[in-house]
Design a protein around this ligand. Structure first.
Ligand code: ADP
Length: 149
């Protein structure tokens, strides 16, 4: 079984994440969209809200499952028997950030990463842009799936 973990905070899930996950479904028997829980971090949406946004968004995708974890992503992959970490790349900053993490995960834990290039029309979308707009009472509905709206 070829299984990937797509890790993130998903605070909230955006159309950029949805694009990567949908495009990756033909590559894997199962994708676990996994919310990483960091006790030090403050989130705008609660864990239950973020989880239900993901569950609703992928309810018609039988090979997409939602999970939560704390600690190292590579350890979660081992626990779930996932051989791959799925990530999206928007630009060179994402690449630079992902490069060392991907290399470390491979050499330390034997977990390889698979990268998909973000679609150009989505490459400006990030959870932090959505949070900025939300914090200031703006309309972010074009950046998120229906479940978040
Ligand atoms: P976190 O909230 O933990 O920082 P992110 O939301 O930044 O997580 O990222 C989770 C994954 O989704 C990363 O691989 C990131 O590059 C990817 N991603 C986020 N937004 C986009 C987008 N607009 N296009 C392509 N990939 C994206």
């Amino acid at each position: 079984m070829r299984r990937a973990v797509f890790p993130g905070s998903f605070d909230p899930i955006t159309l950029g994440h949805v694009d990567i996950i949908k495009r990756a479904t033909p590559l894997f028997d199962e994708i676990i969209v996994a919310i990483g829980i960091n006790a030090e971090k403050k989130y705008m949406w609660t864990l239950d809200e973020r989880k239900s946004f993901l569950e609703l968004t992928f309810k018609d995708y039988p090979t997409v499952r939602i999970g939560t974890y704390s600690g190292l992503t590579a350890n979660y992959c081992k626990k779930e028997n996932a051989q791959y970490i799925l990530r999206g790349l928007r630009n060179t900053s994402d690449f630079t950030y992902e490069q060392t993490i991907g290399q470390a995960n491979n050499s330390n834990f034997g977990v390889d990463s698979v990268f998909l290039m973000g679609s150009p029309e989505m490459s400006f979308i990030s959870s932090s842009v959505v949070r900025d707009i939300a914090r200031n009472g703006g309309d972010f509905s074009k950046l998120v799936p229906d479940a978040v709206k």
